[in-house]
Design a protein around this ligand. Sequence first.
Ligand SMILES: Cc1ncc(COP(=O)(O)O)c(C=O)c1O
Length: 394
Amino acid sequence: MTEGQDHDLPATSLLHGDARSRDGAVVPPIVQAATFAADTGQEFLDVATKSFSDNFYVRYGNPNQTQVADVVATLEGAERAIVTASGMGAVSTLALTLLSAGDHVVLQRSLYPGTTTLTTDLLARFGVSADVVSQSSLDELESLLRPSTRLVFVETPSNPLLGITDLRRFAEVAHNAGALLIADNTVATPLNQRPLALGADVVWHSATKYLAGHSDVSAGIIAGSEELMERVWRTHLTVGSVLGPFDAWLLLRGLRTLDVRMERHNENGLAVARYLDDHPEVESVYYPGLTSQPQHELAASQMSGFCGLISFVPSGGAGRVDSLLDALRLTTRAASLGSVHSLANRPAAMWSARRRDQVADDVDEALIRLSVGIEAKEDLIKDFDQALKATSPT
Ligand SMILES: Cc1ncc(COP(=O)(O)O)c(C=O)c1O
């Protein structure tokens, strides 16, 4: 617990991690303002030149953005966080802060494709080179690191294959080579895993997913040390991936229930994964919470829960997937994850048309990515049971 703070557990920080909600209304007001009045010339100069100013101009900051950022910084154990208009806005702002022409980065093979495209395609046009490392190989990581390597991008669990990266060891190896470890904590959330405590230098999120939790907001978060975040904030002023005040307010409202939502997502995820794992018409299941999974012990050593994201391959091949998704009554076919509603899709259909690199090869054509929501697990399992029966190839 930090000095002067009267709480130390995430469930409480979610409600009390932002000082401003204690002033006046229990629910913070939406400050729907793009600019703020200064009473004097000196005051104008002060707010215009102060870092993280949230009462000057909305691109610099806004009280609703500060409230959300403070709550997430507390959860992640970061000195400071910055909120952006999307997860891609967060990682793009971060990369543009920390990289220059001639720099090299290493990224995981199983990674959200937007992060891969940012590094291997977009930043490549500006003289940044990239190598791809398999998630479990420290030897491979060591062999890829060079004096010009600035960043190692990891995502654990990864989307969509739920691979686990050993954050402690990856951080150690990256640091020995003078590189920073950048962790996408979208799938785990800070309630299940705190990458900064495990050695990562910066953590970022698609807050569109579990943090907001209701499929109604696009947002991103970057969190780390005061020194790094000051540099990121200066780039943020130029990149301009600005979260609107109302969306920041909605994100804060979603965050208030993160603890109870994640408890249910963790419980439902494990129950549905076990059900699928036992089903004779499911060929493979990817879920790090199952004790039978090769990376379970590593996952358990750095996570306290395993969230609601499961990938699985039903028997019958890609031809069965669409009819199976059609037959589900409680799970909606949709992109995204981390919502209170169960969502599922076929990642190969979502991404392969746009991605020709080697990363797409890992994803089976028949893989279904399922984001288990907070419905009653018994109902979800019953629904999968009827859908698997209705589409049985036998
Ligand atoms: C793990 C992960 N990271 C980052 C992103 C990108 O976030 P956003 O869609 O909010 O830009 C996504 C989106 O699906 C994701 O799943």
